[in-house]
Structures are given as structure tokens and as C-alpha cells.
Design a protein around this ligand. Structure first.
Ligand SMILES: CC(C)(COP(=O)(O)OP(=O)(O)OC[C@H]1O[C@@H](n2cnc3c(N)ncnc32)[C@H](O)[C@@H]1OP(=O)(O)O)[C@@H](O)C(=O)NCCC(=O)NCCS
Length: 204
């Protein structure tokens, strides 16, 4: 997949309810988001940025930013989690993911704005990743985090992930989870669209 049209991207938007009752929108990043997304990364604390990118960096390079906002290129996808704050759609988190068909696995990384951490946004976005993974038909989803990242380890544990070693880097812990692909309900737009596609193909 090289590029996706905006109207196709927008069909994958999810509106989710946080535990405090507020609404969280999870949508694909669009090219118009580039500057605001860069501002989001710059605004993260040094520690959050370090944890997110597994090393020191102050912002995305121009080419990384370009890749981030072109969803679907090289089979990588970026979403932002946004909330309406004072009448403006504001990025409070982001995630980037890829599906690896050779291993039926879905890899992802995510971050939440420091000012919005600890309010259940990370768990909600993580659950949404699980659903997007299922939409690809993935059997497993996983991410890597620094051993020192207590928040991510805590979030992964609470969300039912198991831990293993990263095969390539002893400083990293891999958190992974088997995906139940026979749910009672389908909680995200991507999976609903995938299910409709399967039903349509079966019918023709
Ligand atoms: C890790 C991160 C995504 C968690 O997001 P969050 O929105 O703060 O998480 P939530 O509020 O949904 O927390 C869910 C659970 O995670 C665990 N958790 C969250 N912060 C924690 C912390 N500082 N220490 C230990 N456990 C923590 C708790 O079990 C929490 O459940 P509780 O609220 O019932 O106590 C966020 O801290 C972050 O963006 N960090 C910087 C980037 C990063 O580390 N990314 C991970 C690389 S893949």
C-alpha cells in the first residue's frame, strides 16, 4: 500500500469514551497535521520523548515527519488521539503501527502528552491498537519499551500483555498479546470495515 485517499482514511476514525466521561477521537494523521504534530512531539517532556523514541531527540527530522503524516506509506500508519479543548481539536496522544504479514503480527509505539497522562488515555488508545490489529487479521500485537519505563510496563501489564526479551537489544522489554479474533462486539471502525469487506467478498 503506498497512499490512501483522505476520505478512505476518515472512515477509520473512532470516537471513544474515557473513564472520566470525556470523548477521545482516534484518527489517522493527515498531511495538514504536520506542524501541530511536530509541536506535540516538541512539547513532550524530555523523558517522555526519550521513552517514546528509545533515545534522545528533540523533534522528528523532516523526513521522519514526512513519513509520519503520509499514512500507509511503507505499510506504516500513524494515528493521533485528540480531544476538543476550548473549542479546538487538540492532540493529546499518538501512535504509530505496522502490520508484519510474514509473522501475522502488529507492532506499535505510542505516547500521551504529559499533561494528559494518568487519565486512562493510554489504556484507551492501547485497546484501540488491539482492535486495529485485529482488522489486519493479526494474531499477535507487540511493542518494545525501555526496561526503565515503569509507566509503559504498568500500562502493558494492566492491559493483559505478557513480557519477553527483545531478541536484538537487552535494554528493551517486549510486551506482547495474543489477539482474540472472535469478539462479541467489534469496537473500532477499521475492524468493522474489514468485516464488511469479508462479508462482501463472500457474497459475490
Ligand atoms: C506509557 C504511557 C503511554 C501511559 O499512558 P497514560 O495515559 O498515562 O496511561 P493510563 O492513564 O491509561 O494508565 C493505565 C495504567 O497504566 C499504568 N501506569 C500508568 N502510568 C504509570 C506509572 N507512571 N507507573 C506505573 N504504572 C503506570 C497503571 O496501571 C494505570 O492504571 P491506573 O490508572 O488504574 O493506575 C505514557 O506514560 C506515555 O506516553 N509515556 C511516554 C511515551 C512512552 O513511554 N511510550 C511507550 C513506548 S512504546
Amino acid at each position: 500500500m503506498t497512499s490512501l485517499r483522505l476520505n478512505e482514511l476518515r472512515q477509520h476514525t473512532d470516537i471513544l469514551r474515557l473513564r472520566n466521561g470525556k470523548s477521545l477521537m482516534v484518527r489517522f494523521v493527515e498531511p495538514r497535521d504536520a506542524e501541530v504534530l511536530q509541536g506535540y512531539f516538541r512539547g513532550l517532556s524530555v523523558r517522555s520523548r526519550y521513552n517514546r523514541f528509545l533515545g534522545a531527540m528533540s523533534e522528528l527530522s523532516k523526513s521522519e515527519l514526512d513519513r509520519f503524516v503520509h499514512v500507509g506509506e511503507a505499510d506504516r500508519f500513524s494515528v493521533v488521539a485528540t480531544m476538543m479543548i476550548d473549542g479546538f481539536e487538540t492532540i493529546v496522544g499518538e501512535a504509530r503501527y505496522a502490520f508484519h504479514p510474514e509473522s501475522d503480527s502488529f507492532e506499535f509505539g505510542l505516547s500521551i502528552d504529559d499533561r494528559w497522562q494518568g487519565q486512562g488515555i493510554g489504556s484507551t488508545l492501547l485497546a484501540n491498537m488491539e482492535c486495529r490489529a485485529a482488522a489486519f487479521g493479526a494474531k499477535r500485537l507487540f511493542g518494545d519499551t525501555l526496561r526503565s519505563n515503569a509507566a509503559m510496563l504498568g500500562l502493558a501489564r494492566k492491559s493483559g500483555f505478557a513480557f519477553t526479551h527483545n531478541p536484538d537489544d537487552w535494554k528493551l522489554v517486549r510486551f506482547e498479546k495474543h489477539i482474540d479474533t472472535a469478539p462479541h462486539e467489534i469496537p473500532c471502525a477499521s475492524w468493522r470495515l474489514a468485516a464488511q469487506q469479508v462479508a462482501y467478498q463472500a457474497a459475490v
